[in-house]
Ligand binder design. Sequence first.
Ligand SMILES: NC(=O)c1ccc[n+]([C@@H]2O[C@H](COP(=O)([O-])OP(=O)(O)OC[C@H]3O[C@@H](n4cnc5c(N)ncnc54)[C@H](OP(=O)(O)O)[C@@H]3O)[C@@H](O)[C@H]2O)c1
Length: 260
Amino acid sequence: MSDNLCVVTGASAGIGAAYAARLAARGRDLLLVARRADRLDALAARLKGEFGVAVEALAADLCDPAALQALAARLEQAPPAMLVNNAGAGEFGPVAARGADVQQRLIDLNIVALVRLSIAALSGFSRLGRGALVNMASVVAFLPTGGSASYAGSKAFVLNFTRALQMEYMASNIRIQAVLPGPIDTELFRSQGMDASFVPDSAFISAEALVDAALAGFDAGEEITMPTLVDESIWADMETLRTRFAADIFGGRVAPRYAR
Ligand SMILES: NC(=O)c1ccc[n+]([C@@H]2O[C@H](COP(=O)([O-])OP(=O)(O)OC[C@H]3O[C@@H](n4cnc5c(N)ncnc54)[C@H](OP(=O)(O)O)[C@@H]3O)[C@@H](O)[C@H]2O)c1
């Protein structure tokens, strides 16, 4: 792989396809990963023609351990300039109705694949002393709702995993960004019959608007980018409360309300 290459998972639709287009417009070569080869091939042909960049389409199911391992090995041996860990599944609905197998597949994709690809890329980045990792979390990391148990849980994992990585690589030249989209108009909702009763139409922004903001955040050096959070003081308050929480919880005593 090369210093100009960006790898985007989940590039056959939605946010991943928008990342691919915006990165191609910046002159980046691309490796696009998803299951639907026809969609990837069509996107690759369009971006090559429009922007004159090199684009490889890799049809792979990231829930398949062999396919995941093959991509991880490739990232480690020949690290790209940037990995965008974007592939993700929603699988909304009550857990009992959707069943354990569906939850397991979501965890395999949203968590296991993201962790393995992050570690592989970071190993390669460390060897070269450069690289950028972008992990797609969600605002639901803070907003669990019935019908999104595994999804919201997986995105809380992605956020905490990515924030902890940022601390581990703080002293390096490796950039690590967590992106927390609000509702984005993609197949994630549409493919699951979600209607306005779940999230009102007015709450959605386009995948292109999300990616433009996420890249602006990346360019500005942000570690956590929340494109639809307008009032930044809310995040400042959340971080202040987190610090207070940490100071209080490590007091080495049981809270008086539990005294018998
Ligand atoms: N849409 C939102 O409101 C929203 C909000 C916050 C965060 N996000 C996050 O943003 C990311 C992208 O979501 P999106 O809204 O763009 O969803 P999307 O339109 O459903 O796209 C999901 C992408 O992931 C790929 N994918 C799914 N299963 C895969 C598998 N087993 N192996 C490889 N690729 C797989 C899909 O391609 P194939 O089907 O071709 O494999 C597709 O390219 C996800 O991580 C999602 O959780 C979305």
